[in-house]
Design a protein around this ligand. Structure first.
Ligand code: CTP
Ligand code: MG
Length: 233
């Protein structure tokens, strides 16, 4: 049984608001995607890392990526949505994976995954029949906004947070089951676990923390820089 990592990096980063796809934004002197690659490459159990780019990506080749040749394989089969990107790449690697091999899908936009968190996910899920994901119990009080407020956003209700977790990545599932789940679920799933849940399965939640944030808005990039300095100081 092997562990493969898949880094979807075919998004445009529209919520960052800039012209450079966010996976290539400079973060502590390297493109953001390199941080996700480094954490996965340091994990001894992971045999290979697939980086999934858009077929129209023009930036990857601007970097030398020296020393990475043996650890990563670049797939240029990104799709219109994240789910399509992941499904296309599962199909692309089907000839080298067995259905029982694990695939860890990890966002290019999560640069601050601590090594010990990745190890914890592998430890807790490697023997699980379904698979699982890193996630954080919700800490804030949650408000639902009224659908059509007369003036600005207004609270319609407070949503009880008990039992609610925020999903992160990596999310790890077996190649065969994940392929089946994503093919059945369609293109709109925002994470792998949702597709697996639609098969009636219950992915394992492995408790993580807020350091493993996803860089979505410009202010997240600055925060990620601070977390990385703290992690590796
Ligand atoms: N992703 C992908 N293919 C897509 C869309 C997203 O591979 N069609 C990847 C992104 O590159 C990112 C991860 O999925 O690494 C998480 O997605 P998200 O944070 O939503 O990134 P973007 O879609 O690029 O950003 P936005 O939604 O703001 O446009
Ligand atoms: Mg997106």
């Amino acid at each position: 049984m092997n562990f493969y990592a898949l880094i979807p990096a075919a998004g445009s980063g529209s919520r960052m608001g800039g012209t450079i796809e966010k996976q290539y934004l400079d973060l502590n002197a390297v493109p953001m995607i390199a941080h996700a690659m480094m954490v996965l490459a340091r994990a001894p159990r992971i045999t290979r890392i697939f980086v999934v780019l858009s077929p129209t990506d023009r930036r990857w080749n601007n970097y030398a990526w020296q020393g990475w040749e043996d650890r990563i394989e670049v797939l240029r089969c990104g799709g219109e949505t994240r789910a399509e990107t992941v499904l296309n790449s599962l199909d692309a690697i089907a000839k080298i994976c067995t259905p029982d091999d694990w695939v860890l899908v990890h966002d290019a936009a999560r640069p601050c995954l601590p090594d010990e968190m990745l190890a914890k996910l592998l430890d807790e899920v490697a023997d699980d029949p379904v698979g699982g994901l890193l996630a954080v119990p919700v800490a804030d009080t949650l408000k639902r906004a009224a659908a059509d407020p007369a003036s600005g956003a207004r609270v319609e209700a407070t949503v009880p947070r008990a039992g609610l977790w925020q999903a992160q990545t990596p999310q790890m599932f077996r190649h065969g089951k994940l392929t089946e789940a994503l093919r059945a679920a369609g293109a709109d799933m925002t994470d792998e676990a949702s597709a697996i849940e639609q098969l009636g399965l219950q992915p394992r939640l492995v408790e993580s923390d807020s350091r493993n944030l996803k860089v979505t808005y410009p202010q997240d990039l600055e925060l990620a820089g601070m977390i990385l300095r703290k992690l590796y100081e």
